[in-house]
Design a protein around this ligand. Structure first.
Ligand code: NDP
Ligand code: MG
Ligand code: MG
Length: 330
């Protein structure tokens, strides 16, 4: 099993100067507040007319224009959306970097696919918490932490890994445990997971299960519960106890039916398709497609979003979720 890094493996004194957290969204607000609570010197970099500027001020953090924050900081954490990073980097970050600075990312996409090419004299590292920002903040306050990945892509100062571990400690990740990876591995596995099972596969599974039942005359409400609502119960069991733990908790009928029928749904054919998806990721085909989609104003994305919103399961779901006020949606 691979090495895990914990509290005692990380030394906060490696972050001995100002840290600029660029962006104050999901990850940005969590990193900035956690680093600040840890006692480190934090400045938030934001645009003056945006919402984040006010938000960070309200949270009593020091806020500056991105250029100014980068200029005065030695550690710069890139926490704005991946699609806007290359432009913001070129205009407001790169010109203000000094030799020996450290550039942090929370996802490897732009560096791995060469959309951002930092100069040789700065460290390029990653601290990627394995959880959304609000969780990174909440568990920190509860004195636990979110597990995370770290990676060093460019070690200009010789102590880039120590600096990276210190940052992981500052945001709470070493409380839960940190694993070392590379920009390549993090980027490719992250894209693969979200395309295959986490987002792409699971939504298609839900819709197709629902459609099959409704087309055969079953009530949409009943189909909704079976295809979507109950998924959480099963996923929670798997998350907490693994596959065997889940099988132990469901009925024997569910276990036998699932074990005998599952392979009709996901099988060697599906694995071939997954390998093709992985191949597109490894060869940069997906990245090129996504970059050009962004550059042309998201034409496919807009069409696909609309189709997804108009699916019957969304209408039924909206009504049913209103009847279940304990679900904390919007
Ligand atoms: P968000 O979408 O939450 O980022 C929003 C922030 O970016 C706001 O502060 C916003 O400022 C700022 N911003 C947006 N556009 C611009 C711009 N053109 N110029 C300047 N600032 C801008 O990002 P995430 O936190 O989701 O993602 C940040 C990084 O973390 C990404 O690399 C992502 O892959 C990674 N990551 C995200 C995870 C998540 O759960 N969300 C999990 C792990 C990694 P304003 O208020 O002014 O609009
Ligand atoms: Mg992702
Ligand atoms: Mg059932």
């Amino acid at each position: 099993i691979t090495k895990m890094y914990y509290e005692e493996d990380a030394d906060l004194s490696y972050l001995n100067e100002k840290i600029a957290v660029i962006g104050y969204g999901s990850q940005g607000h969590a990193h900035a507040l956690n680093l600040d609570d840890t006692g480190l010197d934090v400045v938030v970099g934001a645009r003056k007319n945006g919402k984040s500027w006010k938000k960070a001020k309200n949270d009593e953090l020091e806020v500056k224009k991105i250029q100014d924050a980068v200029e005065e900081a030695k550690y710069i954490s890139m926490l704005i959306p991946d699609e806007v990073q290359p432009m913001v980097y070129e205009n407001k970050i790169e010109p203000y970097l000094d030799k020996g600075d450290t550039l942090f990312f929370a996802h490897g996409f732009n560096v791995h696919y060469n959309q951002i090419k930092p100069p040789e004299e700065v460290n390029v590292v990653m601290v990627a918490p394995k959880g959304p920002g609000h969780l990174v903040r909440r568990v920190f306050k509860e004195d636990t932490g979110t597990p995370g990945l770290i990676a060093v892509n460019q070690n200009a100062t010789g102590d880039a890994k120590e600096i990276t571990l210190a940052y992981a400690k500052g945001i709470g990740c070493t409380k839960a445990g940190v694993i070392e990876t590379s920009f390549k591995e993090e980027t490719e596995t992250d894209l693969f997971g979200e395309q295959v099972d986490l987002c792409g596969g699971v939504t298609e599974m839900i819709k197709t299960t629902f459609e099959t039942l409704v087309e055969e005359g079953y009530q949409p409400e009943v189909a909704y519960f079976e295809s979507l609502h109950e998924l959480k119960l099963i996923v929670d069991l798997i998350h907490e106890k693994g596959l065997k733990g889940m099988w132990n908790s469901v009925s024997n009928t569910a276990e036998y039916g699932g074990l005998t029928r599952g392979e009709n749904i996901i099988n060697d054919k599906s694995k071939q398709n997954m390998k093709k998806i992985l191949d597109d990721i490894q060869k940069g085909k997906f990245a090129r497609e996504w970059i050009s989609e962004n550059q042309t104003g998201l034409p496919s994305m807009k069409r696909l979003r609309e189709m997804e919103e108009n699916h019957e399961i969304e209408e039924v779901g909206k009504e049913l979720r209103e009847m279940m006020p304990w679900l904390d949606g919007e």
